[in-house]
Write a new protein. Structure first.
Ligand code: MRU
Length: 402
C-alpha cells in the first residue's frame, strides 16, 4: 500500500507543510520559518483539519525556541522565566486566533501555556523551560498518530459487532464520510478516515463513499486523493446526493470527524455534516463521530453554536469563558470560487481559480461548520473507547471516553 501524503514534514531543522490549497494536482511543500507563517498557513487553510492545525501551531513554537536556543548570543527573553513567559504568551495567543472552531488548537496552546506555568513551581530556569516547551510542542504533534490508530480500531470493531448483532455478516460494509479526516487532516492515519482504513485493512470494508464537501472541496480534492493512494474502494458523491445514496444503496454507517465535541455530545464538524446526520436518522443508519480526546470540550455544555464576532470570542477565551461553540464564518468570496487544475489536464497541471457566481453577488452565507445534535449521533469514539447513546436519550455520556 502506498504511503499517504502527510500534512507536516520535518527534515532536520526544517518544518514544512503540504500546501493543501493546490492538492490534488500539485504537491508543493512550503517551509514554515516563523510563527507568522504558521498562523497564516492555518488561517488561509494551506493546512487544515482540527488535529493538523494544532500540530503545526505547536511545532512552530518548538522550532522557534529551538532556533532561539541555538543562537550564540541568547535572546533577551532567556534572561528569566518571567521574561520567557512574557514573550511566549502573546505568541500562543496569536496562534490561537488563527481559526476558532476546532478546539484542538486552543487545547494545544493552553497545554503549552501550562508547561510554561509549571516551570515556576518546579523552579526551572528560562533555558530549561524553553527545552520543556519545545519537547511538549513536539509531543503534541507526535502523539496524534498512535491515538488515531487506537480510535480507528475501537470504532471499526464496534461497528462490525453492531452490524453482526443486527444480523449482518460484518463484512463488505459501506460507509459514508464527509470532508477530509485522513493523514492530511492529522499527523497520520486519520480519525474517521482512519476508521475506514482500519475496516479496509481488516477485510471488513465494502466501499467508502465521500461527499465533495463544497465550498472548499476537502472531499473531492483531499479525501479522493487519500483513498486513491491507499487503494481503498471508493465513490465520490456531490453534497446534494446524500439522500439519494441512502435511498438507493445499502450504507452501514456515516462516519465523520469533529472540530469540537461538547459535554452533551453535540458535535461541530464540517458544514454539511448535520445534513448527513438528519438523513442518516431518517434512514436508520448509525452515525458515528471519531475524534481524539483533545477535540472534546467539556467546558461547553451543549452545541447551541453561535457565530461569534472573532474579537469577542478571543476576549471571552482569554477570560476562560467560552459558553458556546464559536462557528467560523469563512470569507464570502471563498464560496464563489472553485480551485483546481485546468481541464483537460496538461502535463504542467496548471492551477486555476474559477468564479462560479456573478461578480459582485450580495448576501453569501458561508459558515465553515455546523453542529450535529447528540440526538442524531449513535456513537462517539475517542482513543479511550466508544460512548453509545442510550435508547431514548438525546445526549451522550462522554465520561468513559475522555
Ligand atoms: C480529523 S479532522 C476533523 C475535522 O477537523 C474535519 O472533519 C473538518 O471539519 C475539517 O475542517 P477544515 O475546515 O477543513 O479544517
Amino acid at each position: 500500500m502506498a504511503a499517504p501524503l502527510k500534512s507536516i514534514r520535518i527534515t532536520g531543522d526544517k518544518l514544512e507543510i503540504v500546501n493543501q490549497l493546490v492538492l490534488p494536482h500539485t504537491v508543493e511543500f512550503i517551509e514554515i520559518k516563523t510563527i507568522e507563517e504558521a498562523h497564516d498557513a492555518i488561517k488561509t487553510m494551506k493546512i487544515r483539519g482540527a488535529p493538523a492545525i494544532a500540530s503545526l501551531a505547536s511545532l512552530s513554537v518548538s522550532f522557534y525556541l529551538e532556533r532561539a536556543l541555538r543562537q550564540s548570543t541568547p535572546p533577551d527573553f532567556f534572561a528569566s522565566t518571567d521574561a520567557l513567559q512574557a514573550h511566549i504568551t502573546p505568541i500562543l495567543d496569536f496562534l490561537f486566533t488563527a481559526r476558532p472552531t476546532a478546539v484542538n488548537l486552543g487545547a494545544a496552546t493552553r497545554r503549552l501555556a501550562q508547561t510554561l506555568e509549571a516551570s515556576f513551581t518546579t523552579g526551572k530556569d528560562a533555558r530549561a523551560t524553553a527545552e520543556a516547551l519545545l519537547a511538549e510542542g513536539r509531543a503534541i504533534a507526535d502523539e496524534d498518530v498512535g491515538r488515531n490508530k487506537e480510535m480507528s480500531k475501537w470504532g471499526g470493531d464496534w461497528l462490525v459487532e453492531r452490524v453482526k448483532a443486527n444480523g449482518g455478516s460484518g463484512k463488505q460494509l459501506n460507509v459514508l464520510t464527509v470532508c477530509n479526516t485522513g493523514s492530511l487532516a492529522t499527523s497520520g492515519y486519520g480519525t474517521a478516515l482512519g476508521l475506514i482504513t482500519y475496516l479496509h485493512e481488516t477485510g471488513s470494508l465494502g466501499k467508502a463513499y465521500f461527499t465533495q464537501t463544497a465550498p472548499y472541496h476537502q472531499g473531492s480534492r483531499l479525501t479522493a486523493l487519500e483513498l486513491q493512494t491507499l487503494k481503498i474502494p471508493s465513490t465520490m458523491i456531490c453534497d446534494t446526493m446524500v439522500g439519494s445514496l441512502f435511498q438507493h444503496h445499502e450504507i452501514h454507517a456515516v462516519v465523520v470527524g469533529a472540530d469540537r465535541v461538547v459535554r452533551n455530545g453535540d458535535t461541530a464538524n464540517k458544514i454539511g455534516t448535520y445534513n448527513a446526520a438528519v438523513l442518516a436518522a431518517r434512514h436508520k443508519i448509525p452515525f458515528i463521530v471519531v475524534a481524539p480526546v483533545s477535540t472534546v470540550d467539556l467546558d461547553v455544555a451543549d452545541g447551541s453554536g453561535y457565530v461569534a464576532p472573532l474579537v469577542l470570542f478571543h476576549v471571552l477565551y482569554k477570560l476562560k469563558f467560552v459558553p458556546r461553540i464559536p462557528i467560523e464564518q469563512r470569507p464570502p468570496l471563498e464560496a464563489c470560487l472553485v480551485r483546481g487544475a485546468l481541464y483537460p489536464l496538461r502535463g504542467d497541471k496548471e492551477q486555476a481559480v474559477v468564479m462560479i457566481t456573478p461578480e459582485g453577488l450580495d448576501g453569501i452565507y458561508n459558515p465553515s461548520f455546523d453542529v450535529t445534535p447528540a440526538d442524531l449521533i449513535t456513537a462517539i469514539v475517542t482513543e479511550k473507547g466508544v460512548a453509545v447513546k442510550r435508547e431514548g436519550e438525546a445526549w451522550i455520556d462522554l465520561s468513559g471516553i475522555v
